[in-house]
Design a protein around this ligand. Structure first.
Ligand SMILES: [Mn+2]
Length: 460
């Protein structure tokens, strides 16, 4: 880790000499927070900054962004395209990334956890790498809470808590800044902004047997726990409960789930570390870090990542209300997507489960839908899941997700997708448990056959 900081300092010295900087970030929550952190830091330093967030750094994108400014920092992307970047840019650029590095790639201004024994899938996200540089540049820890949002948005939690650099540096600084508190509690989604009963009714990760999608059973459960969920005519949220109410509720919930066949261990996993931003309203979708990350993802996936960047930089006005609209659209689109997969989608492809959503699911949501289908138990986690959807201009987006136990058995989706994509003239990137690719339309069958073969090899 010392080496990581040393390299961050060397890169900071290069960036200090730049007046005009373009930040090119990934378009998901991790990339949006990475961008916000860097833009904030560079603006603080009085530099001229512009930014753009991209779905992927495809070859045509690299050409398109060249004249946006003088110097470039790539955040949460770039490591897969180093050869192309070096060919296209006549001068030095900085790459801050945590995605898997294609074998043999290195570059003097690449800050990447891989070279310092840090795991880029669980211990540090793109936002953590961006924060490492920003912290050296400005010495300011007030950007750390945004990096916590990035790490959680990148699904880096291990057994329900941040770990590694995410914990030792990012979370520690975030708590020291006074803007974040972390504690162990029932870690269901929507604990801050959803009416209490609907936190259970809408729970999809995990699905709570008998409670998810069953309002009456949830109302009963709350009554048995002695909890009034409407107070003075207003729905309360989970975060409104006091400690005693939370204890009663958990006891009833545990009893209910164990009757439904859940093991003690599985029930205990419902408790995790939760992260709250103390400056945000108690019921705002920005209060709980998981919900905040969803809001940023919604902006990116619906083609408006810049809205998310402004929110992550502190806007709570015009950009924020725009973000709320996108969040609403996002939820609707995901609901429709999951419903579609559940009804028509899943095929057994031998070494993985497969669905092809064509135009029913937007390409930018296919990975989230695959992950939710997987997490919700619609398919068992004994094999990976692979989803496809049409992208513009004759391409197909592919997203693959797998459980950590499969990764422990030797599965590497980033490598498998890269090999299968290369086979049909496509591009790919990602991590062992989650990876994406873009391939030409019509090449799906050939791609799938190759992918099936590689995954089969990895798992034997
Ligand atoms: Mn990332």
């Amino acid at each position: 880790m010392d080496g990581f900081l040393e390299l961050a300092k060397r890169i900071a010295n290069v960036v200090r000499g730049w007046d005009d900087v373009v930040v090119v970030g990934h378009y998901d929550a991790d990339g949006i927070t990475s961008t916000a952190i860097l833009v904030s830091a560079l603006e603080q330093m009085g530099k001229e900054v512009r930014f753009i967030n991209l779905k992927q750094l495809y070859t045509d994108d690299i050409e398109r962004i060249q004249d946006m400014g003088e110097h470039f920092i790539f955040a949460d992307l770039g490591v897969g395209q180093l050869p192309t970047l070096r060919r296209s840019f006549g001068k030095p650029f900085v790459v801050l990334d945590h995605h898997q590095i294609p074998k043999g790639e290195d570059y003097p201004l690449l800050l990447h956890p891989h070279f310092f024994g840090l795991d880029g899938a669980h211990e540090i996200s793109g936002a953590g790498v961006a924060y490492a540089l920003a912290r050296v540049l400005t010495g300011d820890i007030s950007l750390a809470p945004v990096a916590v949002v990035g790490a959680v948005g990148d699904v880096q939690l291990v057994r329900g808590a941040l770990t590694g650099y995410n914990r030792d540096v990012v979370l520690r600084d975030a708590i020291a800044s006074g803007k974040v508190f972390a504690y162990r509690d029932l870690a269901l989604y929507g604990r801050a902004s959803r009416p209490l009963p609907y936190m259970f009714v809408y729970s999809s990760d995990p699905v709570l047997p008998g409670l998810t999608a069953n309002e009456d059973a949830v109302f009963d459960l709350l009554r048995r726990a002695g909890i009034e969920y409407v107070r003075e005519g207003v729905w309360i949220s989970y975060v409104d409960l006091n400690e005693e109410e939370k204890r009663h509720l958990f006891t009833e919930l545990a009893l209910y789930l164990s009757r439904a066949g859940w093991s003690e261990e599985k029930i205990a996993k419902l408790i995790g570390e939760v992260y709250e931003l103390t400056d945000e309203d108690l019921h705002s979708p920005l209060r709980d870090v998981r919900e905040y990350a969803t809001l940023l993802n919604a902006c990116g996936r619906h083609g408006r990542p810049e809205v998310g960047v402004h929110v992550a930089m502190g806007d709570r006005d015009r950009w924020y209300s725009e973000a709320l609209k996108l969040l609403h659209e996002h939820r609707e689109a995901l609901r429709r997507g999951i419903e579609w997969v559940e009804k028509y989608g899943i095929e057994d492809y031998g070494n993985f489960y497969f669905f092809h959503a064509r135009s029913f699911i937007p390409a930018s949501l296919v990975g989230i839908v695959a992950g939710m289908v997987y997490g919700s138990g619609i398919v068992p986690p004994d094999r990976p899941i692979v989803g496809m959807a049409y992208e513009e201009e004759g391409f197909v987006k592919v997203s693959a997700r797998a459980s950590s136990s499969l990764v422990r058995k030797g599965l590497d989706l980033a490598e498998a997708m890269r090999r299968a994509a290369a086979h049909v003239g496509g591009e790919a990137g990602g991590h062992r448990p989650a990876a994406g690719a873009r391939i030409p339309r019509g090449a799906e069958e050939e791609f799938l056959r190759e992918l099936d073969e590689v995954i089969g090899e990895q798992l034997t």
